[in-house]
Structures are given as structure tokens and as C-alpha cells.
Design a protein around this ligand. Structure first.
Ligand code: ATP
Length: 211
């Protein structure tokens, strides 16, 4: 099997979301064109992505919705609840803790950790515990996923602590680019640079129009 890259897996998530919407509209079969529109790619790209995972459609019949959904769910790890820990319960961390969209997608933030004792609450749905408890918690509960939402200067150290306890994948919201290693996949999300990027292109468009 060709190794799929990050963008391919992102597209699979988009296809899956589109299939869920189409299923809700009582579609029984879908075609690569339907999914291509949803993910802003070509139909050929959809078929290529699926072929990497051995998913084949029929020229006339397309793909059977339930079958495709269960295959994509399995590939994306949606066939089981993914438990995830969060470090840094500041503004972003709190927002993520309260975001209901994760649970709907089978992702559950099970605990938060913070160095600030005023943030600690043990007897709540999602407890917030001292950072010193993170290592044991990860090992005891066999957690593989983490979210980092600490300030930039603390992010690398938190990452090292996570990795030493066995975390294999991290979503990083700290405004610093963390490097991934062979033993840990990292996705960096910097909301400010994302907006800067959009702002640049709006301005570039304005400048081009005013010429
Ligand atoms: P707040 O309004 O709570 O200050 P913020 O998002 O502006 O939130 P940040 O300075 O970005 O605050 O810190 C985010 C959170 O990360 C805070 O709750 C802080 O206590 C916590 N934090 C800072 N350093 C660490 C660390 N090394 N390990 C764990 N948590 C940390």
C-alpha cells in the first residue's frame, strides 16, 4: 500500500463528513463526483484516495453509502472512542474542553492538566489535575493522544513529558511550531497565523482590484 500523506487523510475526513450528510438525506449510493464537490477536489482524486485503501466503487453504481462509511470510519479510527488529554486550561484550553463537537465525533477529552493550582478541580466531569499527575495518568489509562494549549515557552517541555509517558499524537495550539519525531505525530494549529494568511490574501485581492 502507498503510504497516505496528511492531506490525503484530511480529505478522507471530509469525504466521511459528506457521506454522513448524504446518508441523512437518505442516499444509499454515492459517486466520486458527489464527494469531490464536498472536498473541493476532482472525482479522480477521490478514486485515487480510495484506491490507496483498497476501496473500489462500481462504474455505474458508485459506492454503497453504509459500506463506504464503515470503511472510512475504521480507517480514521472512528470505530472506537478516542480518549485524549489536554494540557493548559487557559482560554483556548477551556474552549476546547467545552466544545461538544469532539464527543459527537467519537473523541473524548478525559482530563485536563495545568500548573496553576487555582485551575485544579478533581470532582467534575472532566477533572483538571496538577501537571505532576500527567505521567501516571497517561500510563495507567493507556492514553495515546494529547492536546497542548500552554504558552509558547512551555510547549516543548510539555511535549517531552507527554512523549516520555507514551503519547503518540499531539494537536498543538501553543503559538510555536513543534517538530514531530518518528515516535510522535504533531499537528500545529496557530490560529493567528491562519488569520494572517487570510488577511494577506484579502489585502492582495484588494490591491489587485484597485490597480
Ligand atoms: P488565562 O486567561 O487562563 O491566563 P491564557 O490562554 O491567556 O489563559 P496562557 O498564558 O496561554 O493563558 O496559558 C494557558 C494555560 O496554560 C494557563 O492555564 C496556564 O496556567 C497553563 N500553563 C502554563 N504553563 C504550563 C505548563 N508548563 N504546564 C501546564 N500548564 C501550563
Amino acid at each position: 500500500m502507498n503510504m497516505p500523506n496528511r492531506t490525503c487523510i484530511m480529505r478522507l475526513s471530509r469525504y466521511r463528513n459528506a457521506i454522513i450528510r448524504l446518508k441523512a438525506l437518505n442516499f444509499v449510493r454515492v459517486f466520486s463526483d458527489n464527494l469531490a464537490d464536498a472536498a473541493s477536489v476532482t472525482a479522480a482524486q477521490v478514486r485515487k484516495d480510495f484506491s490507496i485503501f483498497g476501496i473500489a466503487g462500481h462504474r455505474r453504481g458508485g459506492y454503497q453509502v453504509d459500506d463506504l462509511l464503515s470503511k472510512l470510519s475504521k480507517i480514521l479510527g472512528k470505530d472506537q472512542i478516542q480518549e485524549i488529554i489536554l494540557v493548559g486550561v487557559g482560554n483556548i484550553g477551556k474552549a476546547l474542553l467545552h466544545y461538544p463537537g469532539f464527543e459527537k465525533s467519537g473523541i473524548r477529552i478525559v482530563v485536563g492538566f495545568d500548573i496553576d493550582p487555582t485551575k485544579h478541580i478533581a470532582d467534575t466531569n472532566i477533572p483538571i489535575l496538577p501537571l505532576e499527575k500527567m505521567h501516571d495518568y497517561i500510563l495507567t489509562n493507556n492514553i495515546k493522544l494529547g492536546i497542548i494549549a500552554v504558552p509558547d515557552y512551555a510547549a516543548q517541555q510539555v511535549l517531552e513529558m507527554m512523549k516520555s509517558a507514551g503519547i503518540k499524537g499531539v494537536l498543538n495550539f501553543a503559538p510555536i511550531c513543534l517538530r514531530e519525531s518518528a515516535d510522535c505525530v504533531i499537528n500545529n494549529v496557530n490560529l493567528v497565523t491562519e488569520l494572517e494568511n487570510i488577511i494577506y490574501f484579502i489585502k492582495a485581492g484588494d490591491n489587485a482590484r484597485s490597480k
